[in-house]
Design a protein around this ligand. Structure first.
Ligand code: SAH
Length: 348
């Protein structure tokens, strides 16, 4: 069955014509799916009943099912657990900021990158998400909240550049003027540093933002936290970052999760400032969110501030990530893991 929500407008037009329907029907269907966030073919009331039945018989209409929503009492952040049509579960987060609403989406079921502090990767990767499944995380949240979404970050579970083609199609659909028409500058992709695909993305002539999970100031420390560093050295990574900036002109974001006693000393800050000094970037400091499977601890608030000041003294822009939804299993992959574990307990 054709996954209709993953088709570009041109692909959809060919499909509709092959079904013996006039081409303008494709425009109507595309509008229902990507502009109006319809939840089913049934809602597409300007199509004939016959066509709706034909579409239902021949196409898969991806529409995520909400399994659970947790809302933070602190800041209104909503964390969604969705079920896919094959029963797999994924997480997404809806965050309200003064400048608009933001959604954080997952790119894979699980992850195979193995970062030591991350809950998403503990059981490896199950499968890639289709473009439609990435998009519908946003659409489902819009349907549920009735609110607009002005920014999207691909920072949920999974490594987006390990699912390159589907991510690129997702970007094209999300930013298509016939759909949600999100500005490319309002979209950020976060990667642990798959160097060849960072370079490939730089060559696509897009103006989306790239965030790089750095988490260490030298090769040895990075290797201890992130297995991907064994494949691509920190120097190769920084070269790819420079290339991305040269090609796109977009300021880079480096994510740096502060782990108490591991990567949060003054020496670490100093070394970090040194390796970033010729890059147009901002460092986003995130006190690590401890997961029960590992014994990493978060840096103290004073350490985080001291680290930030050290960077700023060396003229590196630094921000401390506002901790949204800490009370609701905010860290990547925690909600899904807990849900699966609880179900296993109940079934024993
Ligand atoms: N695979 C992509 C995107 C997903 S993770 C990447 O690596 O960038 C989004 C960010 O959260 C990454 O910077 C990741 O390293 C970080 N992260 C994961 N688990 C965390 C935790 N427990 N505490 C703090 N940051 C974490």
């Amino acid at each position: 069955m054709t996954d209709i929500k993953s088709l570009t407008k041109d692909e959809l037009t060919s499909l509709i014509k092959d079904m013996g329907e006039p081409g303008f029907r494709a425009g109507q269907i595309y509008d229902w799916m990507h502009k109006k966030q319809a939840g089913s073919f049934e809602e597409m009331t300007n199509l004939s009943k016959g066509l709706r039945e034909k579409l239902t018989a021949e196409c898969e209409f991806v529409c995520l099912k909400i399994v659970r929503v947790q809302e933070s009492k602190i800041d209104g952040t909503r964390k969604y657990l969705f079920e896919l049509s094959d029963g797999n579960l994924i997480e997404s987060v809806f965050m309200k900021y003064r400048f608009g609403n933001s959604v954080c989406v997952s790119s894979q079921v699980g992850c195979r990158m193995g970062c030591r502090f991350c809950a998403s990767t503990i059981d490896g990767v199950e499968r890639n998400l289709a473009p439609s499944e990435i998009l519908d995380q946003i659409y489902a949240i819009m349907r549920d909240t009735g609110e607009k979404v002005s920014r999207v970050v691909v920072m949920g579970s999974g490594e987006p550049l390990d699912n390159y083609d589907n991510i690129l199609k997702f970007v094209r659909l999300l930013t298509d003027e016939n759909g949600l028409n999100m500005g490319q500058r309002n979209l950020t992709i976060s990667t642990c540093g798959i160097v060849p695909n960072m370079r490939k993305l730089a060559d696509e002539e897009l103006s989306i933002n790239l965030a790089i999970s750095l988490h260490a100031s030298n090769q040895q420390k990075r290797q201890e936290l992130m297995p991907i560093a064994n494949q691509y050295s920190i120097d190769e990574l920084l070269d790819a970052c420079r290339y991305y900036f040269d090609k796109t002109g977009r300021q880079l974001t480096f994510e740096y999760s502060l782990v108490g006693g591991v990567n949060d000393t003054d020496e670490d800050a100093d070394e970090l400032a040194g390796i970033l000094k010729d890059l147009n970037c901002v460092v986003n400091l995130i006190p690590v969110n401890p997961i029960k499977e590992r014994d990493y601890v978060e840096s103290t608030a004073e350490r985080v501030q001291a680290f930030k000041r050290m960077l700023e003294k060396r003229r590196i822009n630094a921000t401390v990530r506002r901790e949204m939804g800490r009370d609701i299993d905010g860290a990547c992959g925690q909600l899904r893991r807990r849900h699966i574990e609880n179900n296993q307990e109940e079934n024993k």
